[in-house]
Ligand binder design. Structure first.
Ligand SMILES: Nc1ncnc2c1ncn2[C@@H]1O[C@H](COP(=O)(O)OP(=O)(O)O)[C@@H](O)[C@H]1O
Ligand SMILES: [Mg+2]
Length: 234
């Protein structure tokens, strides 16, 4: 039985294209993130991962194609994401340097100190609530950013390179955190091992085009992926 986009629960991207002037950053990219699932987008630098992420966040308007959320047309705008049940962390960290860790999380949940503290505890940084983020090691700052995304209790969490700049042990801890989430997750990530470990399915981009889509096991054995993504390591 075929399922039309109109009946699809969760997030669906259909034939998304993005051009920056003459540069084709995305071309014919379709993707579904069903409720409760973790979907990864991988690919080499410049493949279009962040552009795809920005389309879902509303930072970039697609030149072609459409998005739906639970079957309804979705026109994302950054300031409307929370109302739609969507939260995100950005590549890097993006915390307010002049605010404490707790105040940074409260930005996403004004007046909800208990919930902000719970989100910080859940991300293992509750004891740092009163410190300025600049005093924390990079890995902990990234956890504060994750706590700020989780405090709104999103049904869809968007993560852009959450493992970027982390060491192997820190990536293991991040993996456990992601595995413990009950919301759906769109994980844009350069780090292959993390994506393979946490994702139900994976889309591989190369030069803005989908080159493979499947389960981690399918992606691991895909020759096009080996060429596009692992070629540099060979
Ligand atoms: N705002 C922009 N203006 C022009 N080109 C852009 C812009 N954002 C990204 N690009 C280009 O689009 C391509 C995809 O970039 P990006 O989505 O950042 O890739 P990735 O996140 O996979 O490394 C690259 O060639 C990049 O230089
Ligand atoms: Mg990127």
């Amino acid at each position: 039985m075929t399922q039309s986009t109109a009946e699809t629960p969760g997030l669906a991207l259909d034939q998304i294209g993005v051009r920056f002037g003459g540069l084709v950053a995305l071309d014919g990219v379709s993707l579904r993130v069903p409720p409760g699932r973790t979907v990864g987008v991988i690919g080499p630098n410049g493949a279009g991962k962040t552009t795809l992420f920005n389309v879902v966040c509303g930072f970039v308007a697609p030149t072609s194609g459409s998005l739906t959320l639970d079957g309804r047309p979705l026109r994302p705008r950054p300031h409307r994401l929370t109302r739609l049940g969507i939260a995100r962390t950005l590549q890097g960290v993006g915390l307010f340097a002049g605010m404490t860790v707790l105040e940074n999380v409260l930005v996403a949940a004004p007046g909800k100190t208990d919930r902000a503290m719970a989100a910080l505890e859940r991300c293992g940084v509750g004891s740092r609530a009163q410190e300025l983020p600049g005093k924390l090691p990079y890995a902990l700052r990234k956890r504060v950013a994750l706590a700020r995304a989780l405090v709104s209790d999103p049904r869809l969490l968007l993560l852009d390179e959450p493992a970027g700049g982390l060491g192997a042990g820190e990536i293991d801890e991040l993996r456990e955190l992601i595995e413990g989430l009950s919301c759906s997750v769109l994980l844009v990530e350069h780090h292959m091992d993390l994506v393979m470990a946490v994702c139900d399915e994976i889309l591989v981009l190369d030069f803005g085009r989908p080159v493979a889509h499947g389960t981690p096991a399918e992606i691991r054995n895909d020759e096009a992926v080996a060429d596009a993504y692992l070629g540099a390591a060979a």
